[in-house]
Design a protein around this ligand. Sequence first.
Ligand SMILES: Cc1cc2nc3c(=O)[nH]c(=O)nc-3n(C[C@H](O)[C@H](O)[C@H](O)COP(=O)(O)O)c2cc1C
Length: 341
Amino acid sequence: MDLEEVRERAREVLRGICRVCAVCNGRNCPTGVPGMGGAGTGEGFRRNIDALASWKLNLRVLHSRKVQDTGFEFFGHKLPFPILAGAIAGAKVNFGGRLEEREIARALVLGAKACGTVALTGDGPDPEVFSAGLAAIKEAGGWGIPVIKPRANEEIIKRIREAEKVGALAIAIDVDAAGLLNMTRVGQTVEPKTVEDILEIARSTSLPLILKGVMTVADAEAALAGGAAGIVVSNHGGRALDHTLGTADVLPGIAAAVQGKLMVLADGGVRSGVDVLKMLALGAQAVLVGRPLLIAACGGGPDGVKAQLESLAQELTVAMRLTGCGNLRDISSEIITPVRS
Ligand SMILES: Cc1cc2nc3c(=O)[nH]c(=O)nc-3n(C[C@H](O)[C@H](O)[C@H](O)COP(=O)(O)O)c2cc1C
């Protein structure tokens, strides 16, 4: 599938919402939140891009790593590469209903599964958002991870039971959605979570619990103390709070504090295999990709998502070869240099 044709079709579908720019960097978005851009000034979205760009790779080609293995162990499952599809939901509010919620969820979940990797799905004030994700995960034989909003614990646990029924691989909570006005305005609680709250949720299920939206060492340590099996270093693509740091700014400190104790994933501004490699060198075990995969889903459905993921994986392979890495264990801070402008 030709990715340029996919992007051209997506440009039509998303007209007035997203320009499907050559590089998706938050500099020319016609919309913020709702839409495809960032919250407020969009600075958090742009900082993700700039933070990644401030790290440069050390080209290294005189070495013995002639074959690259991008295989990644994810909670007992072998994935072909360390790139997952992030949750993109809220079709009615974000895309003016031009796409059906179930269509997006299906494209992301089935497209990811078609190339052996995993997608996350979303949650929102409209019950259709969560159920569309679950339906897609069910269709994929449980191969997906629902992300639940940081609702009251009993509401979260109710949704965990539903996720268990469809055989989901893990459960995630986007803890950075604790201030989401479109939930509170319609009387649906979202709230910051204490370590005790997290413990109660983690103990309610045998599935791994992933907390998405961790941007400080303190929150990473709270996630660990609460029994989370993983975190996503994420600022929700700059959509939760304006003027946050970029994820690549905070990732090294967080990874140093909790690496080896829980799984560290990261997202925000990953646009190429080179960006994937940078995130791994900064301490992530795998990355999530958001907006580029929604664009691929709009323009090409599951096949578009698969093609975009495979293109990123291919770029990662080349970038690993040119930095002396044969497998993911070879990737370390040795291969990157910060260049502060
Ligand atoms: C339109 C849109 C909808 C999103 N919906 C959700 C969601 O329902 N749940 C969630 O955890 N993250 C959601 N996200 C955030 C993404 O999962 C991811 O963290 C972010 O997009 C990564 O940044 P990137 O788009 O720069 O790759 C959404 C992002 C966008 C752009």
